[in-house]
Design a protein around this ligand. Structure first.
Ligand SMILES: Nc1nc2c(ncn2[C@@H]2O[C@H](COP(=O)(O)OP(=O)(O)OP(=O)(O)O)[C@@H](O)[C@H]2O)c(=O)[nH]1
Ligand SMILES: [Mg+2]
Ligand SMILES: [Zn+2]
Length: 341
């Protein structure tokens, strides 16, 4: 990484350097905070040319890799650095799934994995919500892992059984306790050197986990978060925390409320890894795996090869998505505009 051609070819000696490579860690238009490969944090602006070019091609977001340049003539920011180039993305986490058309919101770029944290108790884990988070990761083609924190509050064997469906589906599942320092080393190595989006309900211990693995981070713990105002649409952007052993953890409040409406319901089955072996084996090509005869998915559920709980999550999400698809099909922008006048 350190000796990538983009950097080695372009960087002048540290003091007088005019070009560097970095990662966007914060920002919402205007000023962007960039962490350079040498570990510096700089506030930079976006070159006017890029602002115009990027309009429909790429919206700059947290996690994007950029080339920054110091402006000799007329600095664009106080520090004199500006983003000159946005490097191609490896991946992204979007609120609307790729291919769903306009209106896509990108939560973070260059994401390697989504880490979904729940508590074993207090608050009680909500597996339907866990399944929803996993579908969002799958829909974006991203790896996911599950963390069940506060394991010391419950019987570990029981809880392992309870989450065994996820192990069977192929997800790595970590059982952790910040209180008793259980499972933290394993989680720590799973995060090292990667960009992870951390997500999960409020109060499960996400900030506590981060603080105990990386004492320098000092994230706020036990604060009443925005989840209290669920009705209010928060516009707070994602923040990428650089990890001491390379990699980033992206804390994104917005992901908690992500709806399913962006992805066509017909793609949902492929977002459940344990269903994939059965897809294409149903009697009907367009089988929704709900009421059709000869459904290979339902047969697998009946036969105990696929978890009934997970199938029920699939069914519930599918119904929800079909419902919102109907709503969007009925929605007529012209009529809505007239009404507003
Ligand atoms: N018993 C127990 N409590 C924990 C553990 N980890 C965190 N907590 C407590 O759970 C509460 C919530 O922790 P936070 O780290 O703030 O949770 P969070 O997921 O960051 O919550 P938001 O920022 O609101 O999304 C705090 O009171 C923590 O002390 C644990 O392993 N066991
Ligand atoms: Mg927190
Ligand atoms: Zn089927």
């Amino acid at each position: 990484m350190k000796d990538s051609p983009a950097r080695s070819g372009a960087t002048a000696p540290a003091s007088g350097r005019t070009r560097d490579k970095g990662v966007v860690i914060n920002g919402t238009g205007g000023i962007w905070r960039v962490r350079t490969e040498s570990g510096e944090t700089l506030d930079v602006s976006l070159r006017g040319r890029l602002k115009r070019e990027r309009r429909d091609i790429l919206k700059l977001t947290v996690g994007d890799e950029v080339i920054i340049e110091r402006d000799s003539a007329g600095a664009e920011t106080a520090g004199g650095w500006a983003i000159a180039e946005i490097l191609p993305r490896r991946s992204q986490l979007a609120r609307r799934m790729p291919g769903a058309g306009r209106g896509e919101r990108i939560v973070a770029a260059n994401v390697d994995q989504v880490v979904i944290v729940f508590a074993a108790a207090n608050p009680e884990p909500h597996v339907r919500m866990l399944d929803r988070f996993l579908v969002i990761a799958e829909g974006n083609g991203l790896d996911a892992r599950v963390v069940i924190n506060k394991i010391e509050l419950v019987d570990r064997r029981e809880t392992e059984k309870r989450f065994n469906d996820y192990v069977r589906a192929g997800y790595p599942v970590h059982f952790t306790s910040v209180k008793q320092r259980v499972g933290l080393d394993e989680l720590h190595s799973a995060l090292a050197g990667r960009t992870s989006v951390l997500s999960g309900p409020s109060g499960v211990g996400k900030s506590s986990l981060m603080n105990s693995m990386y004492p320098g981070l000092n994230l706020r713990v036990g604060e009443i978060s925005e989840s209290v105002n669920k009705g209010r649409h928060t516009t707070v952007g994602a923040v990428a925390h650089p990890l001491p052993d390379a990699g980033y953890v992206v804390d994104t409040p917005g992901l908690r409320e992500v709806g399913m409406w962006g992805m066509p319901s017909a793609h949902l089955d492929a977002c459940f890894p344990e269903l994939r072996p059965y897809l294409g084996k149903c009697r009907f090509n367009d089988c929704t795996h709900s009421i059709e005869p000869g459904c290979a998915v339902r047969e697998a559920v009946e036969g105990g090869d696929v978890s009934r709980e997970r199938y029920e999550s699939f069914e519930k999400l599918r119904a929800e998505m079909e419902e919102s698809e109907k709503k969007w099909a009925d929605y007529n922008p012209a009529a809505a505009a007239k009404k507003r006048r």
